[in-house]
Design a protein around this ligand. Structure first.
Ligand code: AMP
Length: 112
């Protein structure tokens, strides 16, 4: 069953899109955990890091490159964090692979 992120890709529900190409879509998180909180997702329906296959290598690489470019365009010159939650212990709620780009405040470590 398509996740809510597939509905965003298909423009069935609205999102604040900041970047799109043939491979990825990036949009602002609806409940931001930092002043900048953007989700970068592959357009391919990949459920999680656990579901990657070799053919996804370029897709994942492209998502990370896009995250880096968005961090620059968002002015995150003091740093940022790129997070992927995987599975229930990892805190993943939406079953479509996504990278959280978080910035604009000092991050703590370790995460909760
Ligand atoms: P995760 O817990 O890693 O699966 O993260 C899912 C993220 O998706 C959360 O930070 C949510 O706030 C975010 N989210 C859920 N629904 C939407 C939506 N419709 N638009 C934007 N972000 C969303």
């Amino acid at each position: 069953m398509p996740s809510i992120f597939t509905k965003i890709i298909d423009r069935e529900i609205p999102a604040d899109v900041v970047f799109e190409d043939d491979t990825c879509l990036a949009f602002r998180d609806i409940t931001p955990k930092a002043p900048t909180h953007i989700l970068i997702i592959p357009k391919r329906e990949i459920m999680s890091l656990d579901d990657l296959s070799d053919e996804d290598e370029q897709t994942v690489g492209r998502c990370v490159m896009v995250a880096s470019k968005i961090a620059a365009s968002e002015g995150l010159t003091d740093g940022y964090r790129l997070v992927v939650n995987c599975g229930s212990d990892g805190g993943q709620e939406v079953p479509h692979l996504h990278f959280h780009l978080l910035g604009g405040r000092k991050m703590t470590w370790p995460p909760g």
